[in-house]
Ligand binder design. Structure first.
Ligand SMILES: CC(C)(COP(=O)(O)OP(=O)(O)OC[C@H]1O[C@@H](n2cnc3c(N)ncnc32)[C@H](O)[C@@H]1OP(=O)(O)O)[C@@H](O)C(=O)NCCC(=O)NCCS
Length: 168
């Protein structure tokens, strides 16, 4: 595998959206119950992610090819926390690229970004998605609740708000 480059997504045109939907569909193969209801859902959801958190939408490329992405929201009102926290809305690596450390590179980028703005991050993961739960635990996320098939996990960050909002 070539070098992995992670960068903020600069625009979400139709072509990029198609590529991201493909990564999402393949990435969640075998976990369909947590990966939404097909391509139409994925498209709407990824557009929503882009409109809500474009500043924290990071993609990984291998030899220029999109291989995965993470969507980090620095301005998420959590009704469970009763305040604004950071959130990871989506995190997926294309099936053929999984297990090569790309997830770790994306997660580090995402946490580094969020730690500039917030001291807590929440995410939701499918209860049977053991691999992802273990992955998150290895980053210090802990299970704090469950709603239906979804487990809520949080992690505290040592906030270092060294930059004003919007300047990154
Ligand atoms: C979770 C995911 C993003 C991780 O990306 P990745 O590139 O495969 O992860 P990495 O190669 O960086 O692996 C990091 C570590 O997590 C472990 N890991 C990752 N996914 C795993 C899985 N499904 N089962 C078991 N272990 C897993 C790896 O063994 C590795 O451990 P190590 O560094 O100690 O060897 C990827 O597996 C994925 O897209 N999964 C499907 C979508 C998903 O579940 N997203 C999260 C939903 S909330």
């Amino acid at each position: 595998m070539g070098a992995v480059e992670v960068e903020r997504l600069d625009r979400l045109n139709a072509e990029t959206l198609e590529e991201l939907v493909g990564i999402y569909m393949r990435g969640y193969e075998g976990l369909r119950e947590y990966g939404g209801e097909g391509e139409g859902y994925a498209k709407r959801y990824l557009r929503w992610c882009w409109s809500k958190a474009r500043d924290g939408f990071f993609v990984a490329r291998v030899n220029g090819e999109l291989a995965g992405f993470i969507v980090c929201d620095r301005d998420w009102y959590s009704k469970y926390e009763g305040r604004i926290v950071g959130a990871i809305h989506e995190f997926v690596v294309d099936r053929g690229f999984q297990g090569h450390g790309i997830g770790r590179i994306l997660m580090e980028k995402g946490l580094d970004y969020l730690s500039r703005y917030t001291d807590r991050v929440e995410l939701w993961v499918g209860e049977k998605n053991r691999g992802a739960i273990e992955f998150y635990e290895s980053y210090g996320f802990r299970r704090v609740g469950q709603s239906g098939i979804w487990v809520r996990m949080v992690r505290d960050l040592h906030a270092k708000p060294d930059k004003p909002l919007g300047e990154d």
